[in-house]
Design a protein around this ligand. Structure first.
Ligand code: FES
Length: 424
């Protein structure tokens, strides 16, 4: 796939024994995509080909065995010289997987719970076969190296997520002198401000002066303790427990898959993944990209693809069927009132992000279905106060919104926190 800069691929990684050029430090999934490798593994049950979808560690479509360790999200794993990558759940290989026959043999679905149930011996054999096939990857080659001892942090306020809303919240907290810690799972602050489709008047992704931030730190979950809740987070090397008095949750949303036939073919990817590849990794996901789904985002992504030298097609069409054998080669959409088929080598799906509501729910906040946006959203008042005391939510956790709106919502949540803190 076309690289958008002239920097050389400076290292090689090994994919199922074959050398593939890569760039040191970029996500190895990006290096593989650039080398036109889109099939990363096979699904467990039907052995359909799998390839990256979100490029943010949210979908599990890019898992591979890396250096002998199974189920590693290659979209979040930097390429290293000599890295060993193996495709999982396939025999003899993910490109030609004999178990892929399952998908042809059972076109109406396979219920292994009932297959041969009640038939002596065959029932036990079937249960054993199902157990063997249903495991995700094989155990690691060796024990992992020991991690650093866990670090425990006491802080007034933790802000989870340094995208548009988290940066807005941090700015207000900083100005008011509220001691806080900003967490970001990526290696850079900014979220969609730096990788999403460009938006008009979007705020700066720069950190407030002197801001304390932990980059490369993933929030794992919120757990209860006698006096409230604490946050478990992790870097590559270490577990952290963060014990705040207050939470500002700005951890956004993840790309959604639109339902249509063959939507799981490798090459069908989130529009934000296409945009991320262009803006952060200087890689065009395909020469001809169908940009389908929600029309406003589709127009923005199509413009980005065009500027990068690609050809966007089917812009804003409603996807009906994707076609292809091992990866996508064309798509049928409903566009201008009629079915049309477009050849393409990638499909960018535009849909509102699904709020990553789990942390808020674990804190005790309410989460409800939003029928208009068709996603579950965290419930909060106009200033981001959730039902849980001391827990504020902002940005795309509350539902689809622009980065400008998200930034403002982060500021409002921080102001509400400061007001409540004064009265507590
Ligand atoms: S988790 Fe890697 S592409 Fe989604």
């Amino acid at each position: 796939m076309p690289r958008l800069d002239s920097a050389p691929s400076d290292i090689s990684v090994e994919l199922d024994g074959q050398l593939v050029p890569a760039r040191k430090g970029e996500p190895v999934a990006v290096s593989l995509w650039a080398a036109d490798e889109k099939v990363f593994s096979r699904s467990i049950k039907y052995h359909r080909p799998r390839g990256p979808f979100c490029m943010t560690g949210a979908c599990a479509q890019c898992l591979m065995r890396v250096n002998g360790v199974p189920n590693i999200a290659t979209c979040c794993t930097p390429a290293e010289p000599g890295m060993r990558l193996e495709r999982q759940n396939a025999f003899p290989s993910a490109k030609l997987d004999l178990f892929g026959l399952t998908d042809w043999l059972f076109p109406r679905g396979l219920n292994h719970h009932e297959m041969f149930a009640g038939v002596p011996i065959a029932e036990q054999v079937m249960a054993k076969v199902a157990r063997q096939l249903a495991g995700l990857g094989k155990l690691p080659d060796k024990e992992p190296p020991p991690r650093l001892p866990a670090e425990h942090v006491q802080i007034d306020t933790v802000v989870v997520g340094a995208g548009a809303s988290g940066l807005g919240a941090a700015e207000v907290l900083k100005q008011a002198g509220v001691p806080h810690l900003l967490l970001e799972r990526e290696d850079e602050a900014g979220g969609r401000l730096i990788f999403g489709p460009p938006e008009e008047h979007s705020p700066s992704p720069a950190l407030p002066n002197g801001e304390a931030i932990r980059l490369g730190t993933t929030a794992l979950g919120v757990l209860e303790e006698p006096n409230g809740h604490f946050l478990a987070a992790s870097t590559r090397e270490q577990l952290l427990t963060i014990h705040p008095k207050r939470f500002v949750l700005c951890n956004g949303g993840h790309p959604q898959l639109i339902p249509f036939e063959n939507n799981d073919l490798p090459g069908v990817i989130a529009a934000r993944a296409v945009s991320r590849m262009i803006r952060r990794h200087r890689l065009l996901a395909g020469k001809r990209i169908a940009v389908v789904g929600e029309p406003i985002e589709a127009r923005a992504v199509a413009a980005l693809v065009r500027v990068a030298g690609g050809e966007p097609v089917a812009i804003g069409g409603k996807p009906l069927r994707a076609h292809g054998v091992s990866d996508v080669s064309s798509i049928t959409v409903l566009l201008e009132g009629k079915e049309q088929k477009f050849d393409c080598d990638a499909v960018a799906l535009c849909a509102p992000a699904a709020p990553s509501f789990e942390l808020a729910r674990q804190c005790g906040a309410r989460v409800d279905w939003n029928p208009e946006a068709q996603v579950f959203c965290v419930q909060a008042d106009g200033d981001g106060r959730t039902q849980a005391k001391g827990v504020y939510a902002a940005g795309e956790l509350l539902g689809p919104m622009s980065s400008v709106e998200a930034h403002e919502s982060g500021k409002r949540a921080a102001k509400a926190l400061i007001a409540d803190r004064g009265t507590a």
